[in-house]
Design a protein around this ligand. Sequence first.
Ligand SMILES: Nc1ncnc2c1ncn2[C@@H]1O[C@H](COP(=O)(O)OP(=O)(O)OP(=O)(O)O)[C@@H](O)[C@H]1O
Length: 258
Amino acid sequence: MRLTTQDVGWNRSSKPIIEGITLDVQPGETLGLIGPNGSGKSTLLRLMAGLLRRPRGQVFLDGQPTETLSRREMAQRIAFVEQLAETSEALTVRDVVELGRTPWLSALSPFGPQDEAIVNEVLDAVGMAQMIDHSWDTLSGGERQRVHIARALAQRPQLLLLDEPTNHLDIHYQLSLLRLVSTLDVTVVMALHDLNQAMTCDRLAVMDNGRLIICGAPADVLTPERLASVFRVRATPLHDPTDNSTILRFHSIEDELI
Ligand SMILES: Nc1ncnc2c1ncn2[C@@H]1O[C@H](COP(=O)(O)OP(=O)(O)OP(=O)(O)O)[C@@H](O)[C@H]1O
């Protein structure tokens, strides 16, 4: 699914929080949204998901303005895993993931074996199949995050929006989530703070102070000048011969001034 935003903006008490965001995300592309704290990444994701009313601009899914889609039609297309997503504590892991099937159910099409198979498959994909009957309030932060991701995958979306999806995950599950996302045949937009993880995205969009600064290939975006001006760090590129990749080791600019 192609996602397009055209001059999207959002204010709070007449103060612009994000402004003039125009982006074109191609079908199947993984776009990383990066930027300092408070730069507007979560706000932009919430606008894309239709959770905030837009005072300015438009969002299109495959060329169709999102305001012409019902909530159910939006939920059949877009799944969103928010930062600090909350869920009622009286639910089990299975209940939470089954909620992901809601947009596809109706009186004529109740929860059935195909939905059950999807729920089992996504729980397996995030390594939570063994905990299906555990109560939500007994789960660790990382387990909750994996269940939220499973719930989003159970929606069978064409566009997956993830706000810092590796938060709370141990290193094994961080890598496994990023690998899972890269194998999905869906369009993905995800906010990330780890710039080395962000480098695995097809393209990166950099937010700073509510504005989109640049969108392009990771190597073109993460230049030494931009790392200094937007992220206030310097980076040393290091070569990993195991897969011929480059990783960045970061240094605080303040340290260098001492
Ligand atoms: N409902 C709101 N009311 C007032 N200010 C808000 C609201 N939502 C967001 N903001 C402000 O808008 C700015 C952007 O917030 P946002 O959460 O989008 O940033 P972010 O890039 O996702 O940050 P982080 O990396 O810290 O998660 C912040 O300064 C935040 O305080």
